[in-house]
Write a protein that binds this ligand. Structure first.
Ligand code: A3P
Length: 340
């Protein structure tokens, strides 16, 4: 089954137990030398690895393991996102597009499984040290997800022809969504403190601007390999963006499929309202990295511009100025309200 968690790991690991222990020791040694900063979590540190920030206790190890072991095949598709930019939505859309001839909408896997169970998060599998099936035993193509920065992508991904879909979002909503997500666990520092850290570039997989610019520039240089999407565009013009996504992934809709209303059916299946109200997404927990979170935490408001309910005018202005400076000359801009 394309994109299933069972089959979706194309990672190789032949290391025996001793070698694993040696590797883990050497990772710990590297990590102990990394720059650290205070995390958004009340207790805890973040580590800077290859220019990006990660929580302690798994994420850095996950990235390192991916860099060592992950292999993508030319036909595979990799979804990359900055956290809280619409990963859940894109996982649902991409899974539905890729597997549309396999399932009837009345018995679709999205009705009984969380999108996060259907499209695996690579760092998580790496963090959990789960053995990965042999590449040759997996059907092709496969769909994977990672939050990894462009400059940290495993070399086999760069060298392959696999397609990469990157989703990002306006930074004010990203900040608010991230803060609200962590708030659900009652472990987050006050909003003002988290805001200061975000503005300094310190957030999970941050700095935000370096993450988005990495994929933005790569998408301009290799548009056939990297599709750069914005949450706001998918919200505003879902039909056009879903068609574009399917074409890019190598699964274009035929005019017959369009005529049958298949794109609309996929959009409806993957809509915020539909997914949020499914029992499977309202109850139970799921592991993300080394923590467990309620499946419902991935569905909060699903709106553009909710930052207005959380940030002061000064805070908004400050992020705008930072983005102006950081993105200057790149051609990348964000719209951060429903009307723009
Ligand atoms: P909000 O917190 O602003 O509501 P991620 O999936 O990358 O963690 O991003 C989570 C954000 O995407 C949350 O934003 C969540 O509500 C929103 N989201 C989840 N599913 C969605 C969907 N089907 N359509 C639109 N937005 C969705």
């Amino acid at each position: 089954m394309a994109g299933s968690p069972e089959n979706a790991m194309v990672l190789s690991s032949t290391a025996d137990e001793d070698e694993k222990q040696r590797e883990s020791r050497s990772k710990r040694e590297i990590i102990s030398t990394l720059p650290t900063e205070k995390a958004w979590k009340i207790q805890g540190l973040m580590y800077q690895y290859q220019g990006f920030w990660y929580y302690s206790g798994g994420a850095v190890e996950g990235v390192m393991w991916m860099q060592k072991c992950f292999k993508a095949r030319n036909e595979d598709v990799l979804l990359v996102s900055f956290p809280k930019c619409g990963t859940t939505w894109l996982k649902s859309l991409m899974f539905s597009i890729m597997n549309r001839t396999r399932y009837d909408f009345s018995a679709h896997p999205l009705l009984t499984s969380s999108p996060h169970e259907l499209v695996p998060f690579l760092e998580f599998y790496a963090e959990q040290n789960i053995p990965f099936p042999d590449l040759d035993t997996l059907s092709s193509p496969q769909l994977f997800h990672t939050h990894i920065a462009f400059t940290s992508l495993p070399q086999p991904v760069i060298d392959s022809q696999c397609r990469i879909v990157y989703i990002c979002r306006n930074p004010k909503d990203v900040f608010v969504s991230s803060f609200c997500f962590l708030s659900r666990w009652n472990i987050v520092v006050p909003l003002e403190e988290a805001f200061e850290l975000f503005c300094k570039g310190i957030s999970v997989y941050g700095p935000f601007w370096d993450h988005v610019l990495g994929y933005w520039k790569a998408s301009l240089a290799s548009p056939q390999r990297i599709l750069f999407l914005k949450y706001e565009d998918v919200k505003r013009d879902s039909l056009c963006q879903v068609k574009r996504l399917a074409e890019f992934m190598g699964f274009p809709f035929s005019s017959e499929e369009e005529g049958q209303g298949l794109i609309h059916e996929i959009m409806e299946l993957c809509s915020f309202e539909n997914l949020r109200n499914l029992k499977v997404n309202k109850t139970g927990a799921i592991s993300v990295g080394n923590v467990s979170t309620g499946k419902d935490t991935f569905f909060r408001k699903g709106e553009v511009g909710d930052w207005k309910n959380h940030l002061t005018a000064e805070m908004a202005d400050r992020i705008d100025r930072i983005m102006e400076e950081k993105l200057k000359g790149s051609g990348l801009t964000f719209s951060d309200s429903c009307d723009s």
